[in-house]
Design a protein around this ligand. Structure first.
Ligand code: FMN
Length: 185
C-alpha cells in the first residue's frame, strides 16, 4: 500500500514516528509531510534527531508545497493518516481551509472518498473541538483519538504507542502484530 503520513504539532509525535517505522518494516510506501508545529514538538518530546526515521519515507514533502503530488486527488494513495492531529489541523481539515500541504492533502482524500484517519490529541475538549470532529466525521474522516487502552497490560511506553499505532493499521486494513485480537479466555 501507499500511505500518506502527516505529522502535525500535537503531543504524541511518537505515534507518527512509530507508524512510519512499522509501515516501512512491512514494506509499504510512505508519503511524508511534517508541519512546523510538529518539528517544534519533536524538539520537546524526542530531543534527538529523527532523520533516520524520516529517511524511511518513500517521498518527503515540504509543508508549504501546496503544489506537491499529494495535493492532487490524482495521487495514487491508499489512504492518509494525520498522526498526531492537532486541534488546529483538525479545524482546518474539518472546515476545508487547505492552508498547508497537510490540510490540502486531507481535503483531496475526502473529495476522492479515500480513507483519512485523524489521530487526535487534546484533553479536555472544548465545543469547537467536538464540533470539528463531527464535521470531519460527516465528511468521511475516521476519528481515532490517541487514547490507548490498558487492558493489554502495557509494560512500556513503546507498548502504549503500539496500541494506538495498531489501531491505525487496523483501520488501514494492514495486517500487523502490534495488537493481537482481544481474547481473554
Ligand atoms: C510541546 C507542545 C505540545 C502541544 N500539544 C498539543 C496537543 O496535544 N494538541 C493540540 O491540539 N495542540 C498541541 N500543541 C499546540 C500546536 O502545536 C499548535 O496549535 C500548532 O499551531 C499546531 O499547528 P499544526 O497543526 O500546523 O502543526 C502543542 C504545542 C507544543 C509546543
Amino acid at each position: 500500500m501507499r500511505v500518506i503520513v502527516a505529522i502535525s504539532g500535537a503531543s504524541g509525535v511518537q505515534y507518527g514516528l512509530r507508524l512510519i517505522e512499522v509501515l516501512y518494516e512491512l514494506g509499504h510506501e510512505i508519503d511524508l509531510v511534517v508541519s512546523d508545529g510538529a518539528r517544534k514538538v519533536i524538539e520537546y518530546e524526542v530531543k534527538k534527531s529523527v532523520d533516520h526515521i524520516f529517511n524511511k519515507a518513500t517521498v518527503s514533502y515540504d509543508i508549504k508545497n501546496i503544489g506537491a503530488a499529494i495535493a492532487s486527488g490524482t495521487h495514487p494513495s491508499d489512504g492518509m493518516v494525520v498522526v498526531p492531529c492537532s486541534m488546529k489541523t483538525l479545524a482546518a481539515i474539518a472546515n476545508g481551509l487547505s492552508q498547508n500541504l497537510i490540510h490540502r492533502a486531507a481535503d483531496c482524500r475526502l473529495k476522492e472518498e479515500q480513507r483519512l484517519i485523524l489521530v487526535l490529541r487534546e484533553t479536555p475538549l472544548n465545543m469547537i473541538h467536538l464540533k470539528n470532529m463531527i464535521l470531519a466525521k460527516e465528511a468521511g474522516a475516521s476519528i481515532l483519538p490517541a487514547s490507548p487502552g490498558f487492558y493489554y497490560n502495557p509494560k512500556s511506553i513503546e507498548d502504549i504507542i503500539d496500541f494506538v499505532v495498531g489501531k491505525v493499521l487496523n483501520l488501514l486494513g494492514i495486517k500487523h502484530s502490534l495488537l493481537k485480537p482481544w481474547n481473554p479466555d
